[in-house]
Design a protein around this ligand. Structure first.
Ligand code: LER
Ligand code: MN
Length: 269
């Protein structure tokens, strides 16, 4: 397993990001701390100079395991389940626009909050159907470029659609494409899963990416999750991907990154 941490290419409102702002300085710091990769949070690929970004990531010898898309929800209100068909279309097109860069990095495209929530006046069945349809269109577009997409079960306080690994697996079943998988996040699992270890085992064949934050969404070690046991379960199921820190910059971003890599090393990563 490899070690990564989330870096936003631009300043962002989403708070569980240790590094935002000066991209080059942040990538340099991530590399110097010994991370293998930087997970990139990108609101809109059109706002990014792809060549410069690829160059910077190479300069610091980092991998890019995943690209987070949630800022398009947080800052622009795009979602797969908006009552407005134009907004749903824009959300799908936005995800498809991540494919070329994801392909260059070999990165998984993350569908977190971009799937949306069940809006007033929309039935749960309708929202679910829009979500499945959107995911299928995005995964089909990504398939030809050999890009994988991961849907992330997210806790009930942030979304009403897909809170658990079991619901995530049901979505995969309904979409029926091999390049759509799951991203599990320990912060959300601690709130929603009856048994974190059983959920990891159930998701294992389709587990594309893994986020870590402690129970309070601080760096691992700042709360009460049993990470050595979680990592042992990941090893047991043969998970071979990245473990990526998506934690709040508390007490500050740099301390979060330093403490996180200290913890990961202690787990033998
Ligand atoms: C994203 O990976 C996540 O975990 C959510 O809480 C918010 O986007
Ligand atoms: Mn996450």
């Amino acid at each position: 397993m490899k070690k990564a941490i989330v870096v936003s290419t631009h300043t962002a409102q989403f708070n569980a990001v240790a590094f935002k702002g000066n991209l080059e300085a942040n990538l340099a710091r991530v590399a110097s701390l010994g991370y293998d990769g930087a997970e990139l949070a990108i609101r809109d690929p059109r706002a990014v100079d792809a060549e410069a970004l690829v160059g910077l990531v190479r300069k610091y010898g980092l991998g890019v395991p995943a690209i987070g898309t949630g800022q398009a929800w947080g800052e622009e209100g795009l979602s797969f389940t908006d009552p407005d068909a134009g907004v749903r279309r824009a959300a799908v097109e936005r995800v498809k626009s991540h494919v070329p860069l994801a392909s260059r990095f070999g990165a998984v495209i993350i569908i977190g909050l971009l799937r949306g929530i069940v809006r007033p006046g929309v039935s749960r069945e309708q929202a679910w159907a829009w979500m499945v349809e959107a995911l299928r269109e995005c995964a089909e577009a990504a398939l030809s470029a050999n890009v994988r997409i991961a849907i992330e079960p997210i806790n009930r306080y942030e979304t009403t659609l897909v809170n658990t690994a079991a619901e995530g697996l049901a979505v995969l079943e309904q979409v029926g494409l091999p390049n759509l998988g799951l991203l599990l996040d320990t912060f959300h699992m601690n709130i929603e899963e009856p048994d974190i270890h059983e959920s990891i085992r159930a998701a294992a064949p389709r587990l594309f990416h893994f986020h870590v934050a402690d129970s309070n969404r601080w760096y691992p070690g700042a709360g009460h999750l049993d990470f050595p046991r979680i990592v042992a379960t990941l090893r047991e199921v043969g998970y071979d991907g990245y473990v990526s820190v998506e934690a709040m910059p508390m007490p500050d971003g740099d301390t979060c990154a330093v403490e996180s890599i200290k913890a990961m090393r202690a787990w033998g990563l």
